[in-house]
Design a protein around this ligand. Sequence first.
Ligand code: UDX
Length: 448
Amino acid sequence: MTDVAPSPLKLSVIGCGYLGAVHAAAMAQLGHTVVGLDVDAERIAALSKAQAPFHEPGFGALLEENVGAGRLTFTNSYDDLADVDVHFLALGTPQRDDGLAADLSYIHSALDSLTPHLQARHGKPTLVVGKSTVPVGSARALRERLEEIEGVHLVWNPEFLREGFAVEDTLRPDRLVYGVGHPVQDAEAVTVLDAVYASLIALDIPRKVYNYESAELVKVSANSFLATKISFINAISELCDITGADVNDVAEAIGMDDRIGRKFLRAGIGFGGGCLPKDLRGLISRAGELGAIDSFAFLRDIDAINTGRREYTLRLATRLLGGSVDGRRIAVLGAAFKPDTDDVRDSPALDIALRLFAEGARITITDPEALDNVRKRYPSVRTAATVEDALADAELVLLLTEWGEYKALDPTAIASQVSAPRIIDGRNVLDLGAWRDAGWEAIALGRP
Ligand code: UDX
């Protein structure tokens, strides 16, 4: 696929993580000339050779095509960002160490480095476009930092990509949202950003121009709403465990009401990743600063229900093993926070594995893509490259990330590989009847 925009622009993408690297490659795919910048020299070296530094379906091919075509280059020097039309800020805004708020220090230091390179360009506007998720009110404060420089506009253009679908979500987003500081002063900026996304707009992808505050709130509201759906069904799942109802049936039937919808109602060990948990906490924190804490107390419960799922699973495993996990051999299938990514940030799967490890269990973790990230962070945890190696002699199997290959496991074939056929399906994806027929003690969360 080669999309060529009507008038290619020169773009930079500052920050080449899961978001920025994919955005850079996707913008090159749209026909623009793109320079990706990151302070991590190793990452830049890999990207420059068209080697993907993380697992994301379709990203490797996109990178190769666009680096090969000469439209996409990478650097760690701001000196290489001369005469750029649009600078995208795609830096991480992780949770701060000292509380729930988002840490904007990467954005500030990128702007410190970028601003000396921003000059008036003979009447041509220069855009700085924030893609990172920031607390409401941030863009207006950041705008002040750029006001001195003639012809520079700040637009906030949140990204809604899902890991595992990042390429698809960037090239075919549900919507484009631009947050501007002033409808008249920033009209020219909207025209330039429309030129960046011309081939998406031509596909009738809705494009909305709001003020900064609305654009910022769209992003954190979307993620907090998704988190709320998941914790809601997980709370129902606990009642199912108590009463004998089946949470998959409840989710299926309530999801048939199109006001509710079936998506994001899969009960299990809960949500994780680099976005949902920290965006939800960031919203609680910001609401508190703005004097609206009472109306956001429920989000603390959403967060607590979610982290409570990890403890709940640990207790279930302990019960299944007769009261203690100490010294028991447990195979953990999955470490990534969801399938089709190698991202282990705030992964419920990895957290549960580490809790078992802390209680003395002899765990072996396997994952098709995330093991390098596990080993880097937790070198003392045992990992196995294959499911077969992980299962060897296990007294309990935990399915914690629903990779396709784990969903497709044949319970009869693998029953002889473990020392006791017991499994907890932490993602509600197995046919429990088939596993039980094959001789397994098979348990899922919220299912009889
Ligand atoms: C999320 C948003 O979906 C995306 O729009 C935003 O731009 C970034 O944050 P992502 O973090 O990639 O994307 O993951 P997502 O697919 O939303 O899943 C988040 C977590 O929720 C995962 O741990 C997943 O396993 C869990 N989940 C999802 C459930 O437990 N149940 C569900 O029904 C759906």
